[in-house]
Design a protein around this ligand. Structure first.
Ligand code: ZN
Length: 593
C-alpha cells in the first residue's frame, strides 16, 4: 500500500452494521405512500402537497443510502460478496418503491391514474409553487409528459421495442463480436485477432505500419458487412423518426435536446461554431505530421504517440497540494469545499487489486459530502483527473441546500466546475513545468484530447442530422457512406489523408445506433466550461462570484435561464466562439516551441 494512499470511509453514507435497520425502516415507511394517496386531488391544499413531496424526497435519500453504500463498496472491491449481497437487497427495495411511487409520478405529469382525479394545469402550477425548490423539476416532468402517448399506446410501443429495435441493436453487437480481424502490417505475416480492443490498441502504436494495419483490419470487416449495418441503421433511423413524429417533436434531434434540457437553437449554434473552427485541429494535425516526420498525417496516425519529453512524476500528496493551492487562488469556496471532501475521508486514491478502473465523483444526497474515486499513478494526467473529480464534488457542495431531486445539475451545466477546475489546474501545471519540452508535450496531449471530445463528436452529430434526413427520403449504403466521407473531408480539410476504407467508419460508431444524437453531450459541457474559462481569463476574479452562482443552482432551474442571469446566451455563436479562442491559444503556443 503506497504510504500516501487514502481509502474512503463510507460511514457518512451508512455504517454497514446499520444497513438492516435502515432497510427495515424504509420498507415499513413505504406503506405511508398509501396514506398520502388517499388524500391526493387537484384541489388538495398546498401544505398537503408539500408534505407529500417532502416525504417522497426523504424516501429517495434513504434509498440512495441503501443503494450507494454497497455500490461504492463494490467500486473499491469488485470481488466483495458482501457488497453484491447488499446491493441486490437494495435493488429489490428500489424496485418496490418505484412501483409504489409510479402513481405519484404519473399524477404529477397530468396522466390519468386510477381512483385519483387528473391534475389540471392550473392546479399543477398552484401546487408546484408550494415547493419552489422543485418547481423546475416538476414542470419539466410535466412538460415531458406532453410527448408521451397514452398508457396503452406506450405499452404497445414498449412491447414492440422488445421484439423490434432492441433485437436490431442486439444483433449489431452480436455480429460485431463475432468478427475475426485480419491484422497484417506491411512485410509481416498476417495474424488473426478476435477482440476489437486488441486491434484498437495498435492505433497508439509507435510503428506506422501497425497503425495502418489496425485501421485496415478493423474497417474492412465493417465494409464486408456493410449491407447488414446499413439495414440496421436504417431501422434505427426510421424507428426514431416515427417515434418523434408520433410524440410531436419537431425534429429528430429535438427528442434528445428536450431530454438534455437544452434548447434546439443552442445545439445549432454549438455545431455551427464547431464547423467554423475546424481549422484549429487541422493546424494541430499538420503540426503532428511534422513532429512524426511525415509529409502528411494519415487518418490512422491521429493517435500516434509523440515522443517529446519524459514527464516528471507528481506524487499524490503533491498533486493534492497543487490542486488545493490553485483552487484557493481561484475562489475561497473552491478550496474550502475540496478540503471538506478530503478531510472527511471521502476519497479513494490509488489503484489496487480488484478496484474499479477510471475515476468518478458520486453524490449520495445533498446532506452528504460527495465521494471521489481515483486511480492515481503519479502522472500529470492524474492531477487533472483529481482536479476534475474534485470539481464535481465542489459543484455538488455549492448546491447542497437543494432537495435531492433538484440538487444535481443537468447536462449543459453538469461539467461546469469539473472542466473549469481542470482548466485552471492545467494552466498551473504548464506554469510549473520544468522546461519547454515538457510544456510542449502537455499541450500536444491537450490538443489531442480536445479533438476527440470536441470536434470528432460534433461531426458525428453532423453526420446523424444528414443521415436521418436522407434515409427518410431513401438512399443506398454507398450513398450513406458518401455522406460520411463528406463530413470527414469537411472536418480534416487537406490536413489528413483518408484511406479508402474510412468512408465506412460510420458503421462502427455504437452511439449513432444505440443513442442517436447523444454525441454532442460530450462536447457541450466541455465547450461551455471552456467558454466560461475564457470569460474568467478576460474578466478576472470579478467573474468568479458569477460562476459560484451558477453552481449554487444545481439542477433547480432551467440551465438556459441560469446562464442568462450571468449574461451568457447558449444560443449565441459569439459565446461558443470563446471556447475556441482557448483552443486556438493552445495551438499557437504549441507551434512556437
Ligand atoms: Zn466530468
Amino acid at each position: 500500500m503506497p504510504k500516501e494512499e487514502m481509502r474512503w470511509n463510507l460511514d457518512d453514507v451508512l455504517p454497514i452494521k446499520k444497513f438492516d435497520l435502515l432497510y427495515r425502516e424504509t420498507e415499513e415507511k413505504l406503506k405511508e405512500y398509501e396514506f398520502f394517496y388517499a388524500n391526493i386531488s387537484p384541489e388538495m391544499p398546498e401544505q398537503g402537497f408539500k408534505a407529500l413531496i417532502d416525504f417522497d424526497e426523504k424516501m429517495s435519500e434513504k434509498l440512495n443510502r441503501l443503494m450507494d453504500m454497497p455500490l461504492l463498496m463494490e467500486a473499491a472491491d469488485q470481488k466483495s460478496a458482501e457488497a453484491k449481497l447488499l446491493k441486490s437487497r437494495a435493488e429489490n427495495l428500489t424496485i418496490k418503491r418505484a412501483n409504489i411511487a409510479r402513481k405519484l409520478g404519473l399524477w404529477i405529469q397530468g396522466k390519468p391514474v386510477e381512483n385519483i382525479k387528473t391534475l389540471d394545469d392550473r392546479n399543477a402550477e398552484r401546487l408546484f409553487n408550494a415547493v419552489l425548490d422543485l418547481r423546475y423539476v416538476l414542470r419539466h416532468a410535466r412538460e415531458s409528459a406532453k410527448y408521451t402517448l397514452n398508457e396503452r399506446e406506450e405499452r404497445i410501443a414498449t412491447e414492440k421495442d422488445v421484439t423490434g429495435i432492441s433485437v436490431v441493436l442486439n444483433l449489431r453487437e452480436l455480429i460485431e463480436t463475432e468478427f475475426k480481424y485480419r491484422f497484417k502490417p506491411k512485410g509481416k505475416k498476417e495474424r488473426i485477432i478476435d477482440i476489437e480492443a486488441d486491434v484498437l490498441k495498435y492505433a497508439y502504436s509507435k510503428n506506422p505500419a501497425e497503425r495502418e494495419a489496425a485501421s485496415v483490419a478493423l474497417l474492412s470487416k465493417f465494409k464486408e458487412n456493410l449491407d447488414k449495418f446499413f439495414m440496421m441503421y436504417q431501422a434505427v433511423v426510421k424507428d426514431w423518426h416515427y417515434s418523434a413524429e408520433m410524440r410531436g417533436f419537431k425534429s429528430a434531434i429535438a427528442i434528445r435536446n428536450h431530454a438534455n434540457h437544452v434548447p434546439d437553437e443552442a445545439v445549432e449554434a454549438l455545431l455551427a461554431v464547431c464547423r467554423e473552427n475546424r481549422d484549429v485541429y487541422q493546424k494541430y494535425f499538420r503540426f503532428k505530421a511534422k513532429e512524426l516526420g511525415m509529409k502528411k498525417l494519415r487518418r490512422c496516425d491521429l493517435y500516434a504517440p509523440l515522443n517529446i519529453a519524459k514527464r516528471e512524476e507528481i506524487p499524490y500528496n503533491k498533486g493534492v497540494k497543487i490542486v488545493l493551492d490553485t483552487y484557493d487562488n481561484f475562489a475561497k469556496g473552491f478550496g474550502e469545499k475540496a478540503r471538506v471532501i478530503i478531510s472527511r475521508k471521502h476519497i479513494d486514491s490509488h489503484p489496487r487489486l480488484n478496484k474499479r478502473g477510471g475515476a468518478f465523483c458520486s453524490t449520495v444526497a445533498p446532506a452528504i459530502a460527495p465521494y471521489v474515486m481515483l486511480n492515481y499513478t503519479n502522472r500529470f494526467r492524474d492531477v487533472s483527473t483529481l482536479a476534475h473529480e474534485l470539481g464535481h464534488g465542489i459543484h455538488s457542495l455549492y448546491a447542497n441546500r437543494h432537495s435531492i431531486s433538484s440538487h444535481h445539475a443537468n447536462l449543459p451545466l453538469s461539467e461546469t466546475a469539473s472542466t473549469l477546475g481542470e482548466m485552471i489546474v492545467f494552466e498551473k501545471l504548464l506554469e510549473m513545468a520544468k522546461n519547454d519540452r515538457e510544456r510542449k508535450a502537455m499541450l500536444a496531449d491537450k490538443m489531442a484530447d480536445s479533438y476527440a471530445t470536441i470536434m470528432r463528436q460534433a461531426y458525428f452529430v453532423e453526420f446523424e442530422i444528414l443521415a436521418h434526413n436522407e434515409i427518410m427520403k431513401g438512399i443506398t449504403s454507398e450513398q450513406l457512406s458518401d455522406i460520411y466521407l463528406s463530413t470527414l473531408k469537411e472536418q480534416f480539410g487537406d490536413s489528413v489523408s483518408l484511406g479508402p476504407l474510412y468512408r465506412y467508419e460510420w458503421s462502427r460508431i455504437p452511439h449513432i445506433f444505440e443513442t442517436p444524437f447523444y454525441c454532442y453531450a460530450y462536447n457541450f459541457g466541455e465547450l461551455l466550461s471552456l467558454a466560461l474559462f475564457a470569460r474568467y481569463k478576460k474578466e478576472g476574479s470579478s467573474f468568479v462570484p458569477r460562476v459560484e452562482k451558477v453552481l449554487a443552482y444545481g439542477g433547480s432551474e432551467n440551465p438556459d435561464k441560469v446562464l442568462k442571469e450571468i449574461g451568457v446566451d447558449m444560443s449565441s455563436r459569439k459565446f461558443w466562439q470563446g471556447s475556441f479562442e482557448i483552443v486556438k491559444e493552445w495551438q499557437k503556443r504549441l507551434e512556437k516551441f
